[in-house]
Design a protein around this ligand. Sequence first.
Ligand SMILES: Cc1cc2nc3c(=O)[nH]c(=O)nc-3n(C[C@H](O)[C@H](O)[C@H](O)COP(=O)(O)OP(=O)(O)OC[C@H]3O[C@@H](n4cnc5c(N)ncnc54)[C@H](O)[C@@H]3O)c2cc1C
Length: 383
Amino acid sequence: MEFGFSDEQLLLQKTLRQYAKSELLPNYHRWDRGEKFPREKILELGQLGILGLRAPERFGGQDASFVAGGIASEELSRGDFNYSQFIQLSAIAAELLRENASPEVQAEWLPRLASGEALFAFALTEPAVGSDAANLTTRAVKQGDEYVITGEKASITLGGFADVAIVFARTGEAGARGISAFLVPLDRPGITRQVYQSPGERLSARGSLFFDGTRIPARFRLGEEREGFHSAMVSFDFNRAFIALACVGAALQSLDETVEYTKTRQAFGRPLAKFEGVSFQVAEQLTVLEGARLIAYKCLWLKDQGLPHTKESAMSKWLGPKVSVEAIHACILLHGHYGYNQESPLEQRLRDVIGLEIGDGTPEIMKGIVAREVYGREYMSYR
Ligand SMILES: Cc1cc2nc3c(=O)[nH]c(=O)nc-3n(C[C@H](O)[C@H](O)[C@H](O)COP(=O)(O)OP(=O)(O)OC[C@H]3O[C@@H](n4cnc5c(N)ncnc54)[C@H](O)[C@@H]3O)c2cc1C
């Protein structure tokens, strides 16, 4: 059994932790308070090699492992939780393209994905379906050598400023088997956007994408018709571990800050850290976070080995956000009134992390997947 990272992975961890501390953390609050997020920052991530982690080297990517993607997600979140979403969405798009697109479409889009020139969103959810995404109603109708897409995609991360979306639309019968995936450049005619007022994750401009007879070339279909839903589920299976690690990274950073704070803040003539009521809380939170972190890395390691990991993915996605929210909440309380203050990053982290208790699958749906993997499909409540 091997729990350590490779030398290369340790270097990635060290480099990104430093980058998060010096470049991201000092600016974390700015994009939350309405300052426009500069596009150059995304190109900077491209130059760092972070966006092309899962893109092939011949297209400007890194061909890195999924574990490396997890490290990037965890470390960048220590500086700015929202940066993990660039990693998640570029990794999903890179996977979907390399597995399902023609060589020409890969050559056209993967270099732009890796450089940050083309920022991708993932558009599955609709106003009437989230957990039950297999019942989506957005339609893609084939007309000659084009598809015509009509419908609304809701709650789309980066919806406000992504350049391209992987859109899941119905091309066939009802249910999961009638869904196909498409690469849709968002500058096409017939597309409008609406950004939501979110309590957190404001950098990511989550919102709706409206497609009104939007035409795309048929070659932008990813994979065969009717295989789109399966592709979405394959993406979830690694992305849920990335999400868990993003949440854990934000929580571990909060605990680091809390350890420092409670060493210096005095009460009753001694540092707060001397009270076991304080230090034991830190110990407890670190212990459960380490458990969540290990499941997430195990999931990614399984993926790298080509082994089944759906159960570990759902376990990660349930546990990681949950224990991270609890840990950050505890950190706020341990900072006293200084924690309940917008001068501290803690309250923003709490708002940000709560979003990913829901995004990519709720706790109930995650537990349903774990139960399905244990009991078998015949015991699912909705089959
Ligand atoms: C921050 C954030 C980012 C997101 N980013 C994206 C994105 O980039 N792309 C995208 O496509 N979507 C995105 N989403 C949407 C997200 O995936 C959905 O919100 C999520 O899948 C839940 O769907 P819903 O909101 O429709 O809730 P619903 O499905 O309506 O569920 C509501 C409640 O009912 C519970 N419930 C539903 N079914 C069951 C069941 N069978 N058993 C028990 N309980 C059940 C749920 O657990 C939940 O508590 C994002 C959401 C958030 C909050």
